[in-house]
Design a protein around this ligand. Structure first.
Ligand SMILES: [Zn+2]
Length: 674
């Protein structure tokens, strides 16, 4: 069921309280079409059923919104089809408030993993109540899906939302646990039951859709587009939608890193931002158009199609300001998309993150985020992979900080290195559970350093430009002494750890004594570079610039040979390189915007309320960008696109070429034709 996505999509939320009158009365077919067409939209996800549980079409299974007097979805859908705008259909899966009120026994009863206390859904706070997929609710959902597909057989996909089953101790889960010999007082057994419900959801919903139309595009939204999930994605998904609203809690570096995994799965993908100043459900919240221009440009640069989230007003009329702003971004996307379809990323490096080898990691594992940011800011060409990937495609694999290596992975890594592959390991990656190395690293290991923080002094060639003194490392290192390898630096312990009133110094960590600890901070041996600190979690946590400068040098050292691409862009700018083999060309994307901290938490009547920290307002040009790159094939000519302006380039040694872009603002594609 592989699905080729269009470039300019809207995800049109329509979660609408039953207390609001006059639903859909402002809908006007011609205005609807013109608003979308003027905003260059060519696909829009429309609502069959919202989180409140109301339907917006003629339904015999569910309940139509009490203030809706006609089939709104049909009207929206037919208008879209008339204008050649794709219309996938949205069905809220995990949230369905109306059904939960009618069947309280179908609600998810969440269990806190730390205290094992159950959390009963409260009627005293505003918010949706969640269903359990082990309950008969799932059969009800299946009937709703079937009804929608029968009514709209020519829809362009089914989007099922809130599909992640939480841990649950409802009556139905207790029955499943009894029948399967699981002990509900053990958290790990609750997790097994949760996984059974999750699998039940995936199997039943996907079967329901495929039985009616095996070609129907299908997406399950619940944070499943991440390393380690490739088998799941291949079995149940037709494409990937990366929900990542930069100002809605995800931040500006979540989407690029998610896309760097999505692009390795071999399925079309889209990036999903929002038109909101903050996040979903924000009526009257707007971004500066430049923010959407940047966010959509980033989607193109990382090989995605674009989707912008909006919420339709209950009256059914699209908001003119929203679509004016979206149009500014989507007119640019339309001009650029010819260079962005059917592309593959070109990468020197792959990150094999903790997420790829361990289940139930956080969305933002600090080490994984830290190494991703470091490579983005250092302008390295990289992918993020899981165990399904072909390691041999990459010159360097990075296993950040705490990636456990089992016998099978160890064997694969040995084979990879025997063929010339290189490894960068940090922290406990590459060590067994006793802290001893799994690979010959030319060093001996002596357990975890009891001093934390400690200090790191790199060898001269790895030092940051302005610092030749020991730098504080906030998280504990492994004690490692180089034997046969090359030392990459030394560590200093502190006089003592900051513990209590009798052991502390000044405002923060205790300083280091004049003598080194006797241990090394890193080693290079053969094809392996190892650093004794969890450097990427440290960088994620503290963001220290000299530490980044040091780590960029370490990555270059670990690569062994010069990177395929180097440039003089500032660290806030991004670069990617995509190949478009069907058009015999590769595309270097240059991308830059200044993300500014503006909002934040605010206090109203003594109560702290959530704010938003980040905005993009002006887009400033970058001048005199120089790029040196080794193309995949000999370059015939180079052009700036979509402007069509030729770029002069010089041929360098070893197959490299170099060129200069005098000035660009936000996003520039440099196309290398071969
Ligand atoms: Zn349950």
């Amino acid at each position: 069921m592989a699905h080729h996505l269009r470039f300019r999509q809207i995800h049109l939320d329509f979660h609408t309280s039953g207390n609001i009158p006059g639903i859909g009365l402002g809908f006007d077919k011609d205005e609807w079409i013109h608003t979308l067409k003027d905003a260059h939209v060519n696909s829009i996800t429309l609502f069959a059923k919202c989180h409140h549980g109301w339907h917006y079409h003629d339904t015999k299974i569910g309940k139509m919104h009490p203030s809706l007097g006609f089939d709104l979805l049909r009207a929206q859908f037919d208008a879209c089809k008339e204008a050649d705008i794709n219309a996938p259909i949205y069905i809220s899966a995990g949230y369905d408030d109306i059904t939960m009120m009618e069947h309280p026994g179908w609600k998810n009863i969440f269990v806190d993993p730390k205290t094992m206390e159950v959390r009963i859904p409260s009627n005293l706070r505003a918010g949706f109540h969640r269903a359990c997929f082990n309950s008969p609710y799932l059969d009800h959902l299946i009937e709703e899906i079937q009804e929608v597909m029968e009514q709209f057989p020519n829809c362009n996909g089914i989007f099922l939302d809130i599909v992640k089953q939480p841990v649950c101790a409802c009556e139905h889960c207790m029955k499943v646990m009894r029948e399967n010999g699981l002990d509900p007082t053990k958290y790990e057994d609750l997790v097994i039951c949760q996984q059974m419900a999750q699998e039940r959801y995936f199997k039943m919903t996907t079967k329901a859709v495929m039985e009616i139309d095996p070609e129907m595009p299908l997406f399950h939204n619940g944070g499943f587009v991440k390393p380690g999930n490739q088998a799941l994605l291949n079995e149940y998904f037709s494409h990937q939608e990366i929900e990542s609203l930069p100002t809605g809690g995800w931040g500006y570096d979540h989407y690029p890193l998610a896309a760097k995994y999505a692009q390795t799965v071999g399925m079309d993908h889209l990036g999903m931002t929002g038109k909101f100043h903050t996040t979903w459900g924000e009526f009257g919240g707007y971004k500066h158009p430049n923010a959407l221009r940047y966010e959509c440009s980033a989607m193109l640069a990382y090989g995605s199609k674009c989707s912008i989230g909006d919420q339709l007003h209950p009256c059914g009329k699209l908001d003119s300001s929203t679509y004016r702003i979206i149009g500014k971004a989507y007119s640019e996307v339309e001009a650029k998309e010819a260079w962005c379809d059917h592309v593959n990323s070109i990468a020197d490096i792959a990150i094999l993150p903790k997420q790829a080898v361990e289940k139930d990691t956080n969305r933002d594992e600090s080490s994984d985020v830290g190494v991703g940011r470091l490579l983005l800011e250092g302008h390295f060409l990289f992918d993020i992979i899981d165990l399904n990937a072909d390691f041999g495609k990459y010159r360097l694999l990075i296993l950040p900080d705490a990636v456990s290596i089992d016998a099978k992975l160890k064997k694969r890594l040995d084979t990879y290195m025997a063929k010339g592959g290189r490894l960068l390991l940090t922290g406990t990656s590459g060590l067994d559970k006793d802290g001893q190395p799994l690979f010959e690293m030319g060093a001996k290991f002596d357990g975890k350093n009891p001093f934390a923080p400690d200090y790191l002094l790199p060898i001269e060639k790895l030092q940051p430009p302005d610092v030749d003194s020991p730098m504080v490392m906030y998280l504990p290192s492994q004690r490692m002494k180089v034997t046969k390898g090359t030392s990459l630096g030394v560590t200093y312990d502190s006089y003592f750890n900051r513990t209590d009133h009798y052991h502390f110094c000044s405002h923060q960590q205790t300083p280091y004594p004049p003598d080194q600890s006797g241990y090394d901070s890193g080693v290079q041996f053969g094809n392996i570079v190892y650093l004794a600190h969890p450097m990427f979690a440290i960088y994620r946590g503290w963001g220290c610039v000299p530490v980044a400068q040091y780590l960029r040098k370490v990555v270059s050292l670990a690569l062994g040979e010069p990177p395929r691409l180097t440039c003089n862009l500032p660290s806030a700018a991004r670069v990617t390189m995509m190949d478009q083999p069907s058009k015999k060309r590769s595309i270097v994307h240059l991308l830059y915007a200044g993300v500014l901290p503006r909002g934040g938490a605010s206090t109203v009547d003594g109560v702290q309320v959530r704010g938003n920290g980040m905005v993009i307002e002006e887009l400033l040009p970058l001048v005199n960008t120089t790029v040196k790159v080794k193309p995949l094939k000999a370059v015939r000519k180079a052009t700036l696109e979509p402007q069509g302006i030729p770029v002069l380039f010089e041929r360098e040694d070893d197959g490299y070429i170099s060129f200069r872009v005098d000035s660009f603002t936000c996003h520039q594609m440099v196309v290398l034709h071969y």
